[in-house]
Ligand binder design. Sequence first.
Ligand code: 13P
Ligand code: SF4
Length: 302
Amino acid sequence: MDSATLQKQICRLKDSLGAVILAHNYQRPEVQEIADFCGDSLELARRSTDLTAEMIVFCGVRFMAETAVLLNPDRPVLLPEEGALCPLAAQIDPPTLQEWKDRYPGLPVICYVNSTVDVKAHSDILCTSANAVAVVESLNSDGVIFIPDGNLGHYISTQTEVTVISYPGNCYLHDRITLREIETARHDHPAAQVLVHPECRPEIVAVADAVLSTAGMIRYAQTTDANELIIATEIGLLYQLRKRVPGKQFHTVGDGPTCRPMKLTTLDSVLRILQHQQPVISVPSAMRPGALRALQRMLAVT
Ligand code: 13P
Ligand code: SF4
């Protein structure tokens, strides 16, 4: 079946079921097109707080769907691809987190949302790339433990006086972006500004014109005087940028960083999940109160 036919079927079925489709900015263009709302992790979490739909179809990775589950305990949340797991989220587990807490007693734990629900449940507060610095500063602590992204932790440490003890996890595709790729893009597009996601390595962040979440990049592109922008993050964002900021030019870096788990979701898998309405994503009930507390604490900050 072609994309246009699939999209029509999805929209018809979605409407008849009273479902809402939320999608992350890294989803395939044709999936972004059928979403009711596209956004970054923070926008998607916020959007999940005021939904009235019968069910939520989450086009993203599992930790994002779990956030929607925490905020919508009475609504089914469907993830079209069960295997859409963020590898960064798997890089720390509760026993390892406990070792870090024992090593730095008394320090609050800030947990990036790219994490499992059981790790969230043992953390003090969550953050996303959009609000990480504000969350750290909200705690009024001289030091914090930051898990699990070491590059984001390092970036935060450059933006605040707070001592940030960072766990050494990383996102495989942001961590792989090289200075040479940025220099090549700059050489090819000398008038362009460079926007960098804070999951990139410190040497990439150091040469950026701005360091932003994916939604932050869209807002920046809408307001900057620059007509050309180099985008150092996952390739899917370029579709949303070109759609929302049509007068400007956007260039990727290297051969276009691509998140495999994000790209698992296709129009076929969205149609299939709407037809079968299962499996429904759940979080273990023992983890729910702690993870929800850390999430709500974050939502209260920004
Ligand atoms: P954003 O919250 O900036 O969209 O980033 C999510 C993510 O997974 C980055 O790799
Ligand atoms: Fe995870 Fe990286 Fe993909 Fe974001 S881009 S979902 S951090 S693997």
